[in-house]
Design a protein around this ligand. Structure first.
Ligand SMILES: [Zn+2]
Length: 421
């Protein structure tokens, strides 16, 4: 039987989809998140929430898992993050978290519709950030708008926060600064990433590194039989894939059964050469390195450096030892305790809304949930159904947005409908 809450969600769904479309149409690449955050502020105000801007400083916070801050134009607009909350003072009793930053839309000409012009087709809403994770903001606001209709006094005694951060995709420093600098904490956190309506409870460690390879350069006619920097770089990457396979063999991730390589090594970008008839002197490789939960980022870095040194020693042709520089994520692997009350109650809310128990799973990725767990705060990811995250034709299944909101709203009713414990 459908409840008045479900009817309120139905009534507010079109408005929530428009929020998502507005967010997608405000491209929020790293350093350019502010326009999308302003949309969130506006929509939160119209939901009756209080808006607070949190200045986001340049540089990396002092923390063992802080990421290496990206090189951004120092003259650019000052950056900020946004905390919205139910009215009142005092500590937050629950925090929703979402990241407003997106990854670039590689090869926009290959998209069926332009990445920053949201389009609804065949039950899916397309656009960069549709799934990762602007739809999370639509889910959160949809649940709150429906609760405002059906339980207007719900947040009178306890406070709910909804935090929009930056730099989740490249450093995690947004959520980290909200904890360290702004003291935004709560007893529990739900990160509204797309999880296919399941409970994502953990992930692996991730390190970003730039490796610079130098090899002999010269005129094309002298190049036959010699490996140039671009070719040496690719050989180095293939040696590192063997190294990563060794890690997977030595440290299988028990919670990712059946996955041959939980710690994927990804060559995300390569820059080399400047002329068709010249052999490139350098190649700069941007690598994402996955690593086991038992390692710290420092340990992963030390092992990567050793692997690069060893691979270069075994391969003739390098003009100098490849240089390794960290460029972003230094994320430790994480996992929420299976017995967490947060998991139990979210699962119960989902069951009540949909009649099914949500899947619990880990992924070979990282999320900002790790930073809360690191601070002793239970955190889980829950959200709609996405596809082609970080890829061409990224999309979110439209029906999964109200579906996720039905679960979240019931969970909030459970948390806020009773006396504080
Ligand atoms: Zn994400």
């Amino acid at each position: 039987m459908r409840s008045s809450l479900d009817e309120a969600i139905d009534a507010e769904t079109e408005g929530a989809l428009r929020v998502l479309e507005r967010l997608i149409a405000a491209p929020s690449l790293v350093g350019e998140e502010q326009a999308a955050l302003e949309v969130f502020e506006e929509e939160a105000r119209s939901t009756g929430l209080t808006v607070r801007r949190l200045p986001f400083p340049a540089g990396s916070p002092a923390h063992p898992c802080a990421g290496v801050a990206p090189d951004l134009d120092p003259s650019a607009m000052p950056r900020f993050q946004v905390l919205v909350s139910t009215p009142g003072d005092g500590p937050l009793h629950l925090l929703l978290n979402g990241h407003m930053d997106i990854v670039p839309a590689d090869a926009p000409e290959l998209w069926t519709s332009p990445p920053f012009s949201p389009e609804r087709r065949d039950g899916w809403l397309y656009g960069r950030g549709a799934a990762d994770m602007k739809s999370g903001f639509a889910v959160g606001l949809l649940a709150l708008r429906a609760l405002r209709r059906t339980a207007p006094d719900l947040f009178a005694r306890q406070r709910l926060g909804f935090l929009a951060v930056v730099e989740e995709e490249c450093t995690g420093n947004g959520t980290l600064q909200s904890l360290l600098q702004d003291g935004i904490t709560a007893p529990e956190v739900v990160v509204l990433e797309s999880t296919d309506l399941g409970l994502l409870t953990g992930g692996i460690g991730v390190l970003w590194a730039e490796v610079t390879v130098v090899a002999q350069s010269g005129h094309a006619h002298t190049s036959e039989g010699k490996a140039n920097a671009a070719q040496m770089g690719l050989r180095l990457v293939s040696a590192l894939h063997h190294w990563a396979a060794g890690i997977a063999a030595a440290h299988p991730e028990p919670d990712l059964p059946g996955l041959a390589q939980p710690y994927a090594l990804n060559l995300g970008r390569i820059r080399s050469g400047d002329w068709t008839s010249s052999s490139p002197a350098t190649a700069v490789l941007d690598l994402r390195v996955g690593f086991p939960r038992a390692w710290t980022p420092d340990e992963a870095e030390a092992r990567l450096r050793a692997a690069v040194t060893q691979a270069a020693a075994e391969e003739p042709g390098f003009a100098a030892a490849p240089r390794v520089r960290l460029t972003g994520l230094r994320a430790r692997g994480y996992r929420l305790n299976d017995r967490a009350v947060l998991l139990r109650d979210l699962a119960a809310a989902h069951c009540e809304a949909h009649g099914t128990v949500p899947d619990r799973f880990l992924l070979g990725t990282t999320t900002d949930a790790r930073l809360y767990l690191d601070a002793g705060i239970p955190a889980v990811c829950f959200g709609p159904r996405g596809r082609n995250l970080h890829g061409i034709d990224e999309a979110v299944e439209i029906a999964s947005i109200p579906a996720a909101a039905r679960t979240l709203a019931r969970f909030l009713l459970r948390r806020f409908g009773e006396d504080p414990v």
